[in-house]
Design a protein around this ligand. Structure first.
Ligand code: UD1
Ligand code: CA
Length: 450
């Protein structure tokens, strides 16, 4: 038997006014990735073709969809007239056909690929429609699943439900499957004779039964998976659920964390087994940490790679393009940006390394600054291997410090330093014997005068 084909239509046309934010709702992020990207990522993992339906003037949403799923077809729903109307905006994709059609909402970011796959099983067995059900603590606002025995007979939206129907605890999670052979015909029959005057996707259940076909319910194992985001509070709730998943996965993968509840991950954070993460660390997007590395407390990392057995922090900041080699030490109040710090180098205290290379085993003293910016352009600082940068030095880029070279403390280095050379760029020290005593004597005498 050949595998059944699938098309997933992702509805992303919500304006999200309840977020009270000028950003489109589905472009809000959890774990460093937009709600839309989470859903597209889950759908991609199932191997399904993807159609994304966006609202009018939603080029940023379309662009975000293309960035995650370059093969997705994008459709515009010109007017917001209901979920069925939105699915029909992707008519051209539906007409190309697929064995199974799934509909997912871009504001339901925690959905798992396994659940999308589960929803297809009843379709393979001949059902025309399959619906993901769940039992929320408070069903208010959700469509209720009206069942007779094991069969689903209708989905009633809150506004159209009778008191008896409102008492039903089993609700529509919003994820639906339809048989590809029947989907278009069913969708075209949907009307808008309801309390909201919208074309409800949920009406396909009744229409399928009228056509002599069946509808099935699959119950979600974990109700957090279908949490919909309509408000900032729900966004924070989804973030908390996802952080819980990411922490559990990191522990499971062999990362040591003394206080996992204080560590924040991005969806793409990659930490090797055998790495340690101390409390209160934030991983923004794009971070990879190798085995044996220790990320000490209160550090913030973004777009960075931490090599094996390296140590970062406490209180360190790695910004995009920070590339730390094996056994590198980056210590407290050090910021590294767009720079490579090679194996065994140490940058331990109060330092800014930007647009630079620090060669292997080089020691960068406390308070060193690479002056990489002249207000217009950025310039490179190249520090060779086995060099020593004395504390409180300013390296004014572009500048090169050769292998094994030495920079005297407090220097302002504006010219290249040759390998194994010494550069001292500071005012020469002047010592005046007895000066302080003489000054005190005169100063006190002046003060005593009437
Ligand atoms: C919908 C379901 C409800 C279910 C709930 C789960 C329908 C009619 N109702 O209700 O049974 O319990 O989700 O969260 O389907 N959208 C468009 N274009 C439109 C209308 C909606 O793209 O014209 C998109 C929205 O952006 C959103 C999704 O469809 O992502 C759901 O729409 P929404 O209005 O939030 O539906 P609910 O009232 O929550
Ligand atoms: Ca909703």
């Amino acid at each position: 038997m050949t595998a059944r084909t699938c098309l997933t239509v992702v509805l992303a046309a919500g304006e999200g006014t309840r977020m009270r934010s000028s950003r489109p709702k589905v472009l809000h992020a959890i774990a460093g990735r937009t709600l839309l990207a989470h859903v597209l990522d889950a759908v991609q993992k199932t191997g399904s073709r993807i159609a994304v339906v966006v609202g009018p003037n939603a080029e940023p949403v379309a662009a975000a969809a293309r960035a995650v799923a370059p093969d997705a077809e994008i459709f515009v729903q010109a007017e917001r007239r209901g979920t069925a109307h939105a699915v029909l905006a992707a008519r051209a994709a539906l007409e190309q056909g697929a064995d199974d059609i799934l509909v997912a909402f871009a504001d339901t970011p925690l959905i798992r690929p396994e659940t999308l796959a589960r929803l297809r099983a009843p379709l393979a067995e001949g059902a025309a429609v399959s619906v993901l059900g769940f039992r929320p603590a408070d069903p208010t606002g959700y469509g209720r699943l009206v069942t007779e025995g094991d069969t689903l007979v209708a989905i009633r939206e809150e506004k159209d439900a009778s008191p008896a129907e409102k008492a039903i605890g089993l609700c529509n999670a919003g994820l639906m499957g339809m048989s590809g052979a029947r989907a278009l015909a069913l969708l075209e029959k949907i009307g808008c004779d309801n309390a909201k005057g919208e074309f409800y996707l949920t009406d396909v259940v009744t229409l399928a039964r009228v056509a002599g076909a069946s509808a099935a319910v699959i119950e979600a194992e974990d109700h957090t998976e279908v949490l919909g985001v309509n408000t900032q509070a729900q966004l924070a709730e989804a973030e908390a659920v996802l952080q819980g998943r990411l922490r559990a996965a990191a522990l499971d993968a062999g990362v040591t964390m003394t206080a996992p509840g204080t560590v924040f991950f991005s969806a793409d954070t990659t930490i090797a087994p055998g790495a340690t993460v101390e409390p209160y660390v934030v991983f923004a997007p794009g971070v990879t940490v190798e085995a044996g590395a220790v990320i000490r407390a209160f550090s913030h990392l973004e777009g960075a790679h931490v090599g094996p057995n390296a140590t970062v922090g406490p209180f360190a900041r790695l910004r995009p393009g920070a590339e730390l080699g094996e056994a590198v030490h980056v210590g407290n109040f050090v910021e590294v940006k767009a720079s490579t710090v090679e194996a065994g180098a140490k940058v331990n205290h109060l330092t800014y390394i930007g647009n630079a290379r620090v060669g292997s085993r080089t020691n960068v003293g406390a308070g060193t600054i690479t002056c990489n910016y002249d207000g217009v352009k950025k310039y490179h600082t190249d520090i060779g291997a086995n060099a020593f940068i004395g504390s409180n030095s300013s390296l004014v880029a572009p500048v090169t410090i050769g292998d094994g070279a030495y920079v005297g403390s407090g220097s302002v280095i504006t010219e290249d330093v040759p390998p194994d050379g010494l550069a001292v760029g500071r005012g020469r020290q002047v010592v005046k014997d007895g000066w302080a005593a003489r000054w005190r004597e005169t100063a006190t005498a002046v003060k005593k005068k009437p």
